[in-house]
Design a protein around this ligand. Structure first.
Ligand code: ASP
Length: 323
């Protein structure tokens, strides 16, 4: 789509403030974390489960987009699928904090309305992204944390699960290794955070991200994922989901950094995304990547780590990659 048509659609969508009938080719982009994957593969970790996790999540989100559903619903469904997959660091299979507990963060943003919902340091929530959606729907606070978020979950009937649901053997092993070395580890050796961004038929954009954070992190530590503008952001120009060393993404406000470059410097999505990662994140000493989709269907997936587990789905085709 050329930029004139894109501008027309944006003007239409601003005028209606709701779903309009513009018939855009939908796009869904996913990530399953960025990091030093080769060493993990050399230790015997298999690639195929990651490709399969991405394909399953793409199918869940794509079914909504092709039926004319909302980008927000598609990114939520895709992230639920990724959270349910124990090979990824979100929901089931999340890494453990210093107390041996899975404390999870999640957020989603609707680019059309600018509304957002996020949760931080929640425990026992089967799908943190569903809780973030409940916060979004309540349309009050944007971010709920810890015990208050869990109380909100109980009041809203969000599905919970016992600790053994989240714990998988690999995470316990990583946690013991990290404790023995007194390390706080970005889980990039094996997988990471999960995220999805989408453009729907009506031209709406949305982003969602979910994570267990860092192995052996301090209880109460919150990463970039649930901070709107740092790890997750969407407006009517782009939708962005990040993965990597959370503190650097927070300090460079990475997701909004991309959106601001797009808005104010007149550059394109690819350049804005590359600058956010290869200039600003790198200068802050950060490692990781992001996925982004623009209102014209353009896609960017830059990373400065060894690899990033990722997928792009459009026109019914899903391409997955790790490096
Ligand atoms: N960004 C996440 C955090 O710092 C970790 C990751 O992406 O793997 O919590």
């Amino acid at each position: 789509m050329n930029s004139e048509a894109g501008e027309l659609r944006r003007a239409l969508s601003r005028a209606t403030g709701s779903a309009c009938s513009v018939n855009v080719d939908p796009v869904l982009v996913l990530h399953g974390g960025a990091g030093a994957l080769r060493a993990a593969l050399e230790r015997g970790l298999e690639e195929e489960p990651f490709h399969q996790a991405l394909r399953n999540a793409a199918a869940a989100g794509w079914a909504i987009l092709t039926a004319g559903g909302a980008a927000l619903d598609a990114v939520e469904a895709a992230v639920v699928s990724l959270e349910d997959d124990p090979c990824l660091n979100a929901g089931r299979g999340s890494v453990l904090n210093q107390d041996g507990v899975c404390e999870m963060d999640a957020a989603l943003v609707c680019g059309r309305t600018g509304r957002a919902g996020a949760v931080a340091a929640v425990t026992g929530i089967r799908n943190p992204i569903r809780l973030a959606r409940a916060v979004y729907e309540a349309n009050g606070p944007v971010l709920l944390a810890g015990a208050g978020a869990c109380a909100f979950a109980r009041a809203h009937g969000t599905v919970t699960a016992p600790p053994e649901y989240f714990h998988v053997d690999r995470r316990l092993r990583q946690w013991r290794e990290a404790r023995a070395r007194n390390h706080v580890m970005l889980d990039h050796g094996e997988t990471g955070t999960v995220g999805a961004v989408a453009l729907d038929r009506a031209g709406r954009l949305a982003a969602a991200t979910s994570t267990g954070g860092l192995t052996n992190k301090l209880p109460g530590r919150v990463g970039d994922t649930p901070l709107i503008g740092a790890g997750t952001f969407a407006d009517h120009r782009c939708a962005v989901s990040c993965t990597g060393t959370g503190e650097a993404f927070i300090r460079t406000v990475a997701a909004h950094n991309l959106a601001a470059r797009l808005r104010w410097s007149g550059t394109d999505l690819e350049r804005a995304a590359r600058a956010a990662i290869h200039e600003d994140l790198a200068a802050a000493g950060g490692s990781g990547g992001l996925i982004a989709v623009g209102a014209d269907g353009a896609v960017a997936l830059p990373y400065n780590s060894e690899g990033m587990i990722r997928a792009v789905a459009r026109a019914g085709q899903t391409e997955t990659a790790l490096f």
